[in-house]
Design a binder for this molecule. Structure first.
Ligand SMILES: [Zn+2]
Length: 285
């Protein structure tokens, strides 16, 4: 061994000092950004994203639109658990293709029972079941015109770029109905399975984790969704650098339905072949 070689302990000390310097640099950058922007998320590029908390008031009248019975608690459990008395939950399809081992008729009955049990637990302002055929929402375009969107202050919808074709159809037809009715409600997409590229809003559900799991468990034949949903919520919490105490967060994406900038057809062209290869049962869940 050459005399010029540093001792192993010396190398460790040097490494430790270097790591401390790097950590201090990152910490300074974070503190600076928080002071400057009040940011919740600091991207590695230095770009700052600010997410606003959604707050419910006593004056709110809320609608949660679920393409399938279970989407309401997978994506918008915070609304159900924090403002049930002001919330109408409207499920569009009968969920009849949710379990390939059962007949369509039998599965529709089971999904309805599960949804009713969940609603009996949360006691929303109203619960509605449109009973349209699962996996075929696109063929019932315009069905959401029967929902009166004009009285709502906040409307929660599935994401128009969701992986599931029913979710995309539900989002698009609801946005059309809301526009036609000239509703002034604030509209938000909620997140299921496929993460948003750029969430704008959040609700901390750390204290509601157990209750969210309870709601999902009403839908006994969709149990694989529980960990998928909560993992996404944990990932979102990890992004909230101003709130290290958050463990579970639901994120939402504010949508201006009058801007007409959502074009799921474009998404279909972009992703449909990939979706079909990677998730062949997309049409059936
Ligand atoms: Zn769904």
């Amino acid at each position: 061994m050459s005399n010029d070689s540093p001792e192993p302990e010396g190398l460790i000390m040097k490494g430790t000092r270097l790591l401390r310097k790097i950590a201090k640099g990152i910490q300074c950058q974070c503190i600076l950004s928080r002071k400057m922007h009040g940011a919740d998320v600091l991207k590695t590029s230095g770009e700052v994203k600010i997410r606003e908390a959604i707050v419910f008031s006593d004056q709110d009248r809320i609608a949660v639109i679920a393409p399938h019975p279970d989407d309401e608690c997978l994506g918008a459990s915070a609304v159900l658990l924090m403002a049930a008395d002001r919330t109408d939950v409207i499920v569009l399809s009968d969920g009849s293709h949710g379990n390939a081992a059962r007949s369509v008729k039998e599965e529709a009955k089971i999904r309805r029972k599960q949804f009713d049990a969940e609603m009996a637990y949360i006691h929303p302002h109203a619960a509605r079941w449109l009973g349209l055929e699962d996996t075929k929402l696109k063929e019932h375009y315009g069905a959401t015109d029967q929902i009166d969107f004009t009285g709502y202050t906040k409307i929660f919808l599935p994401w128009v770029e969701s992986l599931h074709p029913d979710h995309r159809a539900a989002a698009q037809m609801c946005c059309d109905s809301i526009r036609k009715q000239k509703s002034k409600a604030q509209c938000f997409y909620y997140e299921i399975n496929a993460p948003f590229h750029n969430p704008t809003h959040y609700i901390d559900i750390t204290d509601l984790e157990a209750e969210k799991r309870k709601l999902i468990r009403f839908h006994a034949d969709q149990q694989e969704q529980e960990e998928i949903s909560l993992s996404l919520n944990a990932f979102r919490a990890a992004q909230m650098i101003r709130h290290p105490d958050f463990r579970y967060v639901e994120t939402y994406l504010r949508v201006d339905v009058y801007a007409r900038n959502d074009t799921p057809d474009m998404l279909l062209k972009r992703y449909e072949s990939t979706i079909r290869k990677s998730w062949p049962k997309a049409e059936q869940s």
